[in-house]
Design a protein around this ligand. Structure first.
Ligand code: TYD
Length: 136
């Protein structure tokens, strides 16, 4: 299972750093939605779902956290610790986010508007979905 991590280009000068992200250039999809998580409690695990079509890029713009990705066949753990790195999360990918530092801000760029019907919240349903995709 390939983990796609983007290293964005910081525009640094003596004032500090700036990262700019443009759809289709730095981000491989049209950005239709942005959301972020902060003040995440110690020991909290978020996510526990997959999406039928949604693609996302996760950027821990402050602090750190870990992401577990599971494509139904393999699992990988990825640490997000730098504001210039972005983790690509495709559709049909179960994800869990945890080990948030108390100062963590996890920013998510999403390819679609919020749609509850795009969620797969049951792990067995997710495995069925992956199997259906693969048998096509
Ligand atoms: P939730 O799906 O539980 O977050 P996660 O699975 O990533 O831990 O979302 C928390 C709440 O926020 C839930 O009430 C739905 C709402 N929400 C929106 O209204 N819009 C959004 O784009 C997202 C991601 C969540």
């Amino acid at each position: 299972m390939q983990v796609i991590k983007y290293m964005f280009q910081p525009h640094g000068d003596n004032r500090g750093q700036l990262v700019a992200l443009e759809e289709y250039k730095d981000i491989p999809f049209e950005i239709k939605r942005v959301y972020y998580m902060y003040d995440t409690g110690e020991g909290v695990v978020r996510g526990h779902h997959a999406h039928k079509t949604l693609q996302q890029i996760l950027i821990c713009i402050h602090g750190s956290c870990k992401i577990k990705l599971d494509n139904g066949r393999e699992q990988k753990e990825v640490a997000l610790e730098k504001p210039y790195e972005g983790l690509y999360v495709s559709n049909a990918m179960w994800r869990e986010m945890y080990d948030f530092s108390s100062d963590a801000v996890l920013l998510v760029l999403a390819s679609e508007l919020y749609d509850e019907n795009d969620y797969i919240r049951d792990y067995n349903d997710f495995i069925d979905f992956v199997n259906t995709l693969e048998s096509r």
